[in-house]
Design a protein around this ligand. Structure first.
Ligand code: SAM
Ligand code: SF4
Length: 424
C-alpha cells in the first residue's frame, strides 16, 4: 500500500508496473544505445546467508560447467544485437562468482574476442574464497576492480549471519589484496545488523579504512520478507536501530569517513578524491547475462529466468532465457532514470532534458517542489544535489522499493521460472 501511495503522490503514476511474459518480438533490441555495460550473474554460493535476496543456489561443479556453456551461448545470441555497440564495462556478480573463476576465463575471452569491449572488469569476492592464488588468477584474466563482501568484523554477528569466515580471514584477505595492484578495491560493509551497537559500526568502518582501500560501500541491512532473516531476528530476541537512529548511523559513517580522508561518492559509497570506483548498478543502460540477471535498455527492463536448470535448457534450445519484460512508457523511463540518479546523489536536469526532451521540474512538479521546500536538494544550474536530509529520504524510499517492489518481483521469479504476467 505504501508503495502505491508513494507511486501516486511522488511520481504521479496511477498504474502499477506491468511485467509481461517474454515472447519473440516483445523487445526491440535495436533500441540498445551505442554504449552499454555488461553484467554476468553467477548464481552459486557455498552456503546461503539468511539475509540474502539475490538469485543463488548451492554450488555444484557439474552444474557450474554446464552453466559456463550456457553463458557463452547467451552471449552468442547477443552477438548480432550488440554489433557496432561499445561495451564499456563488465561486472561479474552473484552469488559467489569466484567459485567459477576458471570457467570465467572462457567467458571473458569470448567477450573480448566477439564484442567491441573496452573498459574495466569488476568481480565480487567472498572473504572465505579470497587468497593470493585467486587474486593472481583474476589479475591474469584482466579483472581490475574487486568488491570484497566483508559485512562486519564482529565474529558473533558474522556467525549469526552464517557467513562462514571470521574477522581474521577478512584481515588476511585485505592484507593480500593491498599488494595486488588492482585499480579499485571496494569493501562492502553492512550496518544496523541484529545486535550491533554504534561502537561496533564505528569500529567496522575504521578498521576497513585502516587498509587504505579505494572505496567503501555501506548498506544498512534490509530485511526482505522473502528471506529467513526476520524470523531469525525474532527467534533470537535481537534488536535493531529504528529509522531515526539510522539517520545517526549515516552521520556517524560520514564523520568517520571524513576523518579518514574519504568523501561520499554516491548514496552508499565513499571514496578518495579522484579515486577509481566500483559501480555495478548505476549504468544508464546494461545487458545482464545469466540466471536471474536483469537488463535495462532504452524502453525495456527485463529479467532472465531465475531457474538455473531452465536457463541452461532454454539456451540448449537456442532461445533467449528472458522471463519477464517491463515495456516502459516514457514516464516509467523517466522514473527509472531519476531513481538511479538519486543513488548517485545528483540529478542532472540538463541530462534529463537531453534524454527526454522535457523539464524535470515540469514533469515531476510535486517531487521537485517537495525536495526544494524541505531542504532535501540544492539546485545549481539545473543540477539537483541531494542534501543530507535528501539522502536520508532516498534511503527510506530505497528501503521501501526493496521490501515491496524488488522483494515481490524476485520472489515471484524464484517461485516460477516462466511468469505470464505480474503487476507491481
Ligand atoms: C550481490 S551481494 C553479495 C556479494 C557476495 N556474494 C558476498 O556475499 O560477499 C553484494 C552486497 O550486497 C549487500 N547485501 C546483501 N544482502 C543485503 C541485504 N539484505 N540488505 C542490505 N545489503 C545487503 C552485502 O553487503 C553484499 O556484500
Ligand atoms: S550474501 Fe553472498 S554469499 Fe551470501 S547467499 Fe547471498 S550471494 Fe551468497
Amino acid at each position: 500500500m505504501i508503495t502505491g501511495i508513494m507511486r501516486r503522490a511522488i511520481l504521479g503514476k496511477k498504474d502499477k508496473f506491468l511485467f509481461e511474459g517474454y515472447r519473440e518480438g516483445l523487445i526491440d533490441f535495436d533500441s540498445i544505445g551505442s554504449e552499454v555495460g555488461l553484467y554476468v550473474h553467477v548464481p552459486f554460493c557455498r552456503r546461503i546467508c539468511p539475509f540474502c535476496p539475490y538469485n543463488k543456489t548451492i554450488y555444484d561443479r557439474d552444474t557450474a560447467v554446464e552453466y559456463r556453456q550456457a553463458l557463452v551461448r547467451e552471449l552468442n545470441l547477443y552477438k548480432p544485437k550488440l554489433q557496432n555497440k561499445k561495451i564499456t564495462s563488465l561486472y561479474i556478480g552473484g552469488g559467489t562468482p569466484t567459485l567459477m573463476a576458471e570457467e570465467m576465463k572462457e567467458v571473458l575471452e569470448f567477450v573480448k574476442n566477439n564484442f567491441d569491449f573496452k573498459g574495466d572488469i569488476g568481480i565480487e569476492v567472498h572473504p572465505a574464497e579470497a587468497n593470493g592464488k585467486l587474486f593472481d588468477s583474476l589479475k591474469g584474466m584482466g579483472v581490475n576492480l574487486i568488491s570484497l563482501g566483508v559485512q562486519t568484523f564482529n565474529d558473533k554477528i558474522l556467525d549469526f549471519l552464517g557467513r562462514g569466515y571470521n574477522s581474521g580471514a577478512t584481515d588476511k584477505a585485505l592484507s593480500i589484496i593491498k599488494n595486488c595492484g588492482f585499480k579499485c578495491v571496494d569493501v562492502d560493509i553492512m550496518t544496523n545488523l541484529p545486535g550491533q551497537t554504534m561502537e561496533d559500526i564505528e569500529y567496522d568502518i575504521s578498521r576497513v579504512y585502516s587498509y587504505d582501500i579505494d572505496q567503501l560501500s555501506v548498506y544498512p541491512l534490509i530485511v526482505f520478507p522473502m528471506t529467513k532473516m526476520g524470523a531469525a531476528i525474532r527467534e533470537n530476541g535481537l534488536s535493531r536501530f529504528n529509522c531515526l537512529q539510522e539517520k545517526k548511523i549515516l552521520e556517524l559513517i560520514d564523520e568517520v569517513s571524513r576523518k579518514n580522508g574519504y568523501k561520499k561518492s554516491s548514496i552508499w559509497t565513499y571514496g578518495k578524491e579522484g579515486g577509481s570506483r566500483y559501480t555495478s548498478v548505476t549504468r544508464e543502460s546494461f545487458v545482464g547475462i545469466g540466471a536471474g540477471a536483469s537488463s535495462l535498455i532504452d524502453g525495456y527492463f527485463y529479467l532472465n529466468t531465475f531457474s538455473v536448470g531452465e536457463y541452461i535448457k532454454a539456451l540448449e534450445e537456442g532461445k533467449l532465457p528472458i522471463n519477464v519484460v517491463n515495456r516502459m512508457s516514457e514516464r516509467e523511463k523517466m522514473i527509472f532514470w531519476i531513481f538511479w540518479r538519486c543513488y548517485d546523489g545528483v540529478i542532472d536536469g540538463n541530462r534529463f532534458a537531453q534524454l527526454y526532451n522535457a523539464s524535470l521540474e515540469k514533469e515531476f512538479p510535486f517531487l521537485f517542489k517537495t525536495l526544494k521546500a524541505l531542504g532535501m536538494a540544492k539546485v545549481h544550474n539545473g543540477i539537483f544535489e541531494l542534501t543530507e536530509w535528501g539522502r536520508y529520504a532516498y534511503h527510506l524510499v530505497e528501503k521501501q522499493y526493496s521490501v515491496c517492489y524488488l522483494n515481490d518481483l524476485w520472489h515471484a521469479s524464484m517461485k516460477q521460472p516462466w511468469i505470464k504476467e505480474i503487476r507491481l
